[in-house]
Design a protein around this ligand. Sequence first.
Ligand code: DON
Length: 343
Amino acid sequence: MQKTFFIKLLLLFATVNIGCFSIAMYAQQKTTAISAKNQITEKVLQEILQQNKQYASQGKVADYIPELGKMDPDAIAFSVVDTNGNVISVGDVSKKFTIQSISKIVALMVAVREKGEAAVFENMGYYGSDKPFNHFGNLEITGKPLNPMMNAGAILTTSMIEGDGEIPFQKILKMIRYITNNNTIDYSKMVYLSEKETGHRNRGMFYLMKNNGLINGTEDQLDNYFKQCSIEVTAEDLAKIGYFFANECVRFDGDATYKNADLSKLIQSQMLIAGMYEFSGEYARRIGLPSKSGVGGGIAVCVPGKMGIGVFSAPLDTHGNSVAGYQMILDLATQFGLNVFLP
Ligand code: DON
């Protein structure tokens, strides 16, 4: 009788233990499944790219700078630098395109490091805009550019970087090479000449600002702006730029030479309010991440304190932002809950 009781007790103990073990195993499996789902992998990026590449047909490749009109409308790339600094890329990852307006955030960094924020923003505002990137009506009204993301403010920013001739441009190029740890990056002479030949509106802004006493130098300064826009990068380079500004100006490989939390806050705040031009407000609502677009079809995105995202697809919407690029960012941000307004 006593023996049977002990055997039953032993069996009960074994069952409970196996049960607990199974629950523990299940919990562990579930955690693994959740973290695998929450991990950004090549497969995840590939799926998002495939689902969104069709959107390119809804946009139009920029051709107001004739050389840009030659871009392949079907090329598409998607890249992420994750929280650990790992680079994950899919699509046409080696495809180069011109950085265009995304160079404005690096130029702002160089100018603020040299002159200080107060001196730079004495000559322009921190305002957003409901107008396109090349709007400059306010130069007639207030005499100053709205912000350093729109063309007028960006031309002014570059003109504030010290040095004669090409030196300010070389400083911007050097900084982009540093941030991406990619010394092969250079500018396209063809695109630069095309911008120089046809950039009459930018030239108009340059002389209006000269007339207003904001610019004192020669047209070399405007050439530096055209050259910085003509720097050729890949989506991967853009993801590294996004990571850098998202992480207090620390490079994806951990190099902290330029670490500066306040500077990265300034740059990201400008990206958030004006990086996508007149679409910035709606973009903040839908995606909620500091981002900067360029008419070359690239967008660089910061996930503050975490990641960088880079996309490329040349066809643009009416605001000058990549259509398929926007959709890929939207999907990734939604799927992974990336949004500065989420707890
Ligand atoms: O100055 C321009 O018009 C071009 N080089 C850059 C404009 C640009 O990329 C606007 N961004 N979407």
